[in-house]
Design a protein around this ligand. Sequence first.
Ligand code: CA
Length: 225
Amino acid sequence: MAARILVIEDEEKFARFIEMELTHEGYEVAKAFDGRSGLELAELGQFDLILLDIMLPGLNGMEVLRRLRRSSSVPVIMLTARDSVIDKVSGLDSGADDYITKPFAIEELLARIRTALRKSNAAVEAKILTAGKLRLDVGRRQVAYEDTPVELTKREFDLLQYLMENKGLVMSREMLLEQVWGYDYAGETNVVDVYVRFLRIKIDERFGVRLIATVRGVGYVIRDE
Ligand code: CA
């Protein structure tokens, strides 16, 4: 499937030029000519990569990036007209994956796009945890057993993620409480038992498997069945 790229650039002729070149390379391209509409499109989350100009009317590129990063880890390449060290540093600080200074050769832009897409594909793949046929997608916060989605609350998801990250290792109630509920949590370790029970109802009992095991007197462990 073609990677989808969003170009946020107020110089419309330049945006069209990039669109033409990227389309020619087989990418699907959408454009926005100002920061606010660019951010709105970006937040729909349907893009594999974003080319973001820094100098934009209304909402500038830095601000678009800062807001986008609250909810998205989509790769972003900043386009800057100024070859300023400050721009580069603050761009990378606020979560840009790369930057390119205008004017640039289209070949260089294409090379950087390929690199950014490759890195992000690798990162997404690395974020899938499994136990038996259960799959947990850390980035998308989704869980599925085979192809059936499993709906979990935030706490259930966090608990399951922690168990899956430590697959095969027995986790004590105290450890789970500390890692999933946080150091400040004033409750009893019983709350861990309650949430493990919720997970078993939604996963083990529903799909007729035994992924989450109790180790008496110690805690819980998730295994590949
Ligand atoms: Ca501009």
